[in-house]
Design a protein around this ligand. Structure first.
Ligand SMILES: [Zn+2]
Length: 257
């Protein structure tokens, strides 16, 4: 499998090979640029694609033998939309997981409590969700993750082990931090793209086309559109015999310490 370690090893070997070819066979030194370019592109792909498990092991699919799927929400809680999302989930008796941004917890403590009391799981989606978060050191990531876990613990009395990296981007420093904190990194294999300009029906089509046993669906509880998309997705799941289960059940892991 293509990981950061194996890619680095291949890079060093190809550089050495190029060096030998330049020295003994006088090939054009510009050939050195080829492994450098491939290495850079692989790093970009690995960082941006959580499913590649490039720097760390993320859970991107559940057991495919059962027609079970999990629904997940990022970037909340929000006063405007999280209550509506909870209402729809309750109508369908579906349990989901919410990867909250720490700074959004302030002033929304009652919502966090409601998510918990209604049987959904709370996960960590960093504290700041800053655009520049991926430049943080591993210590900086440990602080970000702990800040949110602490804020959640104050409300629900438990420490979450579920972490979803902002933007799904991973770095060596995130890997160090989550290993240190023993977090489960939760990815996805169905990206709804519900924060794009696409209309609700386009998003529903995209999600339902990709639904398969073991699916982990990524939504955001940050818009009215997602409320409608969720309703239609849950309808589709019901009509097609999919069972919505909690992420801990889908992955057979413990959500809290
Ligand atoms: Zn996010």
């Amino acid at each position: 499998m293509l990981t950061f370690k194996s890619t680095s090893l291949l890079f060093i070997l190809s550089l050495a090979l190029c060096g030998l070819l330049i020295y003994f066979f006088s090939i054009n030194p510009f050939w050195l640029l080829l492994p450098i370019l491939i290495f850079k592109l692989t790093i970009i792909y690995g960082s941006a694609t959580i499913q590649s498990n490039f720097y760390l092991k993320a859970y991107n699919t559940g057991n495919t033998a059962k027609k079970h799927i999990a629904i997940t929400f990022d970037d909340g809680p929000t006063k405007e939309f999280t209550p509506e999302i909870l209402k729809v989930l309750a109508e369908y008796n579906a349990k989901a997981s919410f990867y909250v941004i720490g700074k959004n917890i302030l002033g929304n403590e009652n919502l966090v409590q409601q998510i918990h009391q209604e049987g959904h799981l709370l996960g960590n989606h960093s504290f700041s969700h800053s655009f520049f978060i991926d430049f943080k050191s591993s210590k900086g990531f440990v602080e970000e993750i702990n800040q949110t876990t602490d804020a959640l613990e104050k409300i629900i009395g438990k420490r979450t082990t579920l972490f979803r990296p902002p933007y799904g981007v991973t770095t060596p420093n995130i890997a160090t931090a989550v290993n240190k904190l023993k977090m489960h990194v939760i990815g996805w294999n169905v990206r709804s793209l519900d924060t794009t300009k696409d209309d609700a029906q386009t998003i529903v089509n995209r999600v339902t086309l990709q639904l398969k046993p073991g699916a982990i669906v990524l939504f955001h509880d940050t818009s009215k559109k997602t409320v409608n998309v969720l309703k239609q997705t849950l309808n589709f799941a019901k009509e097609n015999g999919f069972k919505i289960v909690s992420i801990d059940e889908l992955l057979n892991i413990k959500a809290y310490e």
